[in-house]
Design a protein around this ligand. Structure first.
Ligand code: CTP
Ligand code: MG
Length: 236
């Protein structure tokens, strides 16, 4: 562990069960090729550099388990991960991943398989803030003015940009905090697109930690082309 003392009970959880509909690949997005390696391998390598990939929970599509485990074994010389079956929504996938954590895990780092260029500073910052406050998410202050539109695409209002952040991952939590937030969301049939919001909506404090524009999520074909350029240009 290269994160310092007192943080041995940190475990990584990677939601990787999405089918990449907006990318249109027709297969799990985590397995698509990025400059010769599956997207998931790029992402896990960022954490491996910090000693955090060992024992990570990989939440993948059940029908792609063999293919994913094979790709990970090839890239990391042996299979050092824990598998969990994904669900129809990201929230369900994460919930299944939480059930698969080691019993001794105190801090869980949840990071999208689709964000391959997360900087070390964001990983460290997210873990440190979660240890101090119980919950943290990486995010970046919005550089764009954000418009709220109505159903017919007419401008409704323009929130003050100074308070707007674009959400990223890792989102890091004390395990008890995130388990309780997921239980409440499921009780109330609430479906969110991230985990930090589940904590906030039940009254928990979530610290915002500075991310990076390079920590973008590969969502569209354009994002994939951009990711190829990031690698070709040596930006990571
Ligand atoms: N994810 C998951 N289980 C799901 C849906 C998403 O584990 N049922 C994961 C994805 O694999 C991804 C992360 O959550 O790493 C962020 O999701 P997103 O970028 O939306 O990926 P997809 O759902 O695959 O893409 P799309 O929404 O375009 O289908
Ligand atoms: Mg999705």
């Amino acid at each position: 562990m290269t994160l310092g003392s007192g943080v041995e009970h940190v475990q990584l959880l990677i939601p990787a069960a999405g089918m990449g509909q907006r990318l249109g690949a027709g297969r799990p997005k985590a397995l698509i090729d990025l400059a010769g390696q599956p997207l998931l391998v790029w992402t896990l390598s960022r954490f491996d550099a910090l000693g955090l990939a060992d024992g990570a929970v990989i939440v993948g599509p059940p029908e792609s388990r063999a293919e994913m485990e094979q790709a990970l074994t090839a890239a990391f010389s042996e299979y050092r991960f824990t598998w969990a079956d994904g669900g129809s929504e990201r929230q369900i996938s994460v919930c299944n991943g939480l059930d698969a954590l080691r019993p001794e895990t105190e801090i869980v780092v949840i990071h999208d398989a689709a964000r391959p260029f997360v900087p070390e500073s964001a990983i460290r910052g997210s873990i440190e803030a979660a240890m101090e406050f119980g919950a943290a998410t990486v995010a970046i202050p919005s550089t764009d003015t954000i418009l709220v539109g109505d159903d017919d695409a007419f401008l409704v209002n323009t929130p003050d940009r100074a308070r707007l952040w674009a959400c990223q991952t890792p989102q890091t939590f004390r395990v008890s905090v995130i388990r309780e937030a997921h239980a409440k969301a499921s009780e109330e049939d609430h479906l969110g697109t991230d985990d930090a919001t589940l904590v906030q909506r039940t009254g928990g404090r979530v610290k915002l930690v500075q991310g990076s524009p390079l920590n973008f999520k590969v969502t569209t074909r354009e994002d994939l082309a951009l990711a190829e350029q990031v690698i070709a240009g040596g930006l990571v």
